[in-house]
Design a protein around this ligand. Structure first.
Ligand SMILES: [Zn+2]
Length: 49
């Protein structure tokens, strides 16, 4: 699947790290919530607000 590495999901999935089902997106084939992504510094803090 082509396109950006971060794709917002249209359906409910869970985070691979914490099993949260809130604010999940796909990063390189893994489902990650924003909180964990922030912890991993995949997103800058400014992107979370
Ligand atoms: Zn998470």
């Amino acid at each position: 699947m082509d396109g950006p590495s971060i794709v917002l999901r249209k359906y409910q999935v869970s985070c691979v790290f914490c099993d949260s089902e809130k604010d999940i997106f796909s990063f390189r084939g893994k489902n990650v919530c924003r909180k964990c992504a922030a912890g991993l510094q995949l997103l800058s803090q400014s992107d979370l607000e």
